[in-house]
Design a protein around this ligand. Structure first.
Ligand SMILES: [Zn+2]
Length: 434
């Protein structure tokens, strides 16, 4: 998906606009109805198309009031934005709608009446629009967001099967966990508390951090964490799927934002056996370096740095932007409170297996799996880890993160860690809990 281009215009003081025309020697002064003193200016427009939903963001210097409605036959979303005037930045939205946008056919923008701009989105299918504002945060000023969700979202597994990205269980061919040469015996004796292993497909949820409005950390050389981690996750997916027993679901496969709890929900929908979140964050000191692996903690973080990082990651929803009113808050909190000691113990085992392998690729920031309250690691029934592949804030590591060979070696190491984890912890039969 191409990087949305951004056109920013300098905010200008709202003032009475006069158009002076000379016609036939007569001086005509047409005094357009003056804009109210608080008229605000559109500073940037961004479009983030994805199969999940298409987002349109208008960034502006004040909180904007809107009114929106749907018109049928053909399907259109009409949004009236109050307190702004049409400017070139807003007009540039028209050219930003890609022909392959899943939901928007085209957009029309016009001055509906003084101080009110009307946007008409011609839609490709029925959408459930969410129109909301976000207060200034990080590098962003006020944002007005239109999230267009399909009324009939495709079933996630059916969609993956259709794209040929989902291997089905083959009941006739009993399959085994992937062989790992270094582990003897190939499969650890089943632990007394675990039923005998079952041959089935192993599903791994890979979660490239950030995306869309949330760039993640940005290196001094200008690299975006969101792009690097998506690239590493895609490499890792390909490597894991070389094994006929493994299939991978990416929580995002393009440049768009996925709220943290939705990442967890996506993993649970496909009944993932593992959840692996991939990051490449910044730290306060540019000298900080090394890779780390994190698991959830039940009581407090394992270090101040781990707590700091978890807080920073958990702020992604504010920067990426979600419609809080729409959140199923109750569901989210139930999900967060259900996390169990067993999940954390499994996550620590998985984390250790991965940490051992990535130690051969990059210096380790710490020699043990760290723990903190990361929101994306809170699936109560899925061992979950978050990998900091390197610090993008460290110029040397930023260069590594941009290097294809490094990305490949990192993906290899994580894949190997996952294989070793499964070899030592054979998967159980799936309990259909959803
Ligand atoms: Zn991150």
């Amino acid at each position: 998906m191409s990087e949305p281009t951004e056109i920013r215009s300098k905010p200008v003081k709202a003032k009475v606009r006069r158009t002076v025309l000379k016609a036939g020697g007569t001086l005509l002064i047409s005094l357009f109805s003056p804009l109210p003193a608080f008229a605000s200016q559109i500073l940037a427009v961004r479009v983030w198309p994805s199969e999940d939903y298409t987002r349109v963001t208008l960034e502006n210097d004040a909180n904007l009031k809107t009114n929106h409605f749907i018109i049928k036959d053909p399907e259109r979303l009409v949004v009236d934005v109050e307190g702004i005037d049409l400017n070139p930045t807003l007009k540039s939205l028209i050219a930003k709608i890609q022909p392959n946008d899943p939901y928007i056919k085209q957009v029309r923008v016009g001055q509906n009446r003084p101080g009110v701009v009307r946007l008409v989105f011609d839609l490709k299918e029925e959408v459930n629009p969410q129109v909301f504002t976000l207060a200034p945060v990080d590098k962003y000023q006020h944002r007005l967001v239109f999230d267009l969700y399909p009324v009939n979202p495709p079933d996630p597994i059916a969609a993956l099967i259709e794209k040929g990205q989902w291997s089905l269980d083959k009941p006739d061919e009993p399959t085994m966990p992937p062989p790992v040469a270094e582990v003897k015996p190939p499969f650890a004796e089943p632990k007394p508390d675990r039923p005998p292993q079952v041959s089935r497909m192993l599903t791994i949820a890979l979660d490239p951090g950030h995306g869309g409005e949330d760039p993640g950390a940005v290196g001094r050389g200008g690299s975006y964490e969101k792009h690097i981690v998506l690239s590493i996750a895609k490499r890792l997916k390909a490597k894991l799927e070389q094994h006929p027993n493994m299939r991978v679901m990416l929580t995002r496969d393009g440049d768009y934002f996925v709220p943290l709890h939705v990442r967890v929900q996506k993993a649970r929908k496909v009944q993932a056996d593992l959840f692996v979140s991939i990051h490449a964050d910044a730290f306060v000191q540019p000298t900080a370096n090394g890779s780390s692996v994190f698991a959830l903690s039940e009581k407090g973080a394992s270090s101040t740095a781990a707590r700091w990082l978890a807080n920073k990651e958990n702020a992604a929803d504010l920067i990426g932007g979600t419609n809080i009113k729409n959140h199923d808050k109750q569901l989210a909190s139930v999900l967060l409170d259900l996390s169990t000691t067993a999940q954390i113990n499994d996550s620590l085992r998985l984390g250790k297996a991965v940490l051992n392998e990535i130690g051969g690729v990059n210096r380790l920031h710490k020699n043990a799996v760290e723990q903190a309250g990361f929101a994306v690691l809170k699936a109560p029934d899925i061992p979950s880890i978050l990998i900091e592949t390197a610090f993008i804030s460290n110029p040397e590591e930023e260069a590594k993160l941009n290097d294809n060979a490094y990305q490949d070696r990192m993906a290899d190491a994580v894949a190997q860690g996952i294989r070793k984890y499964f070899a030592k912890n054979p998967p159980l039969a799936k309990s259909r809990m959803m």
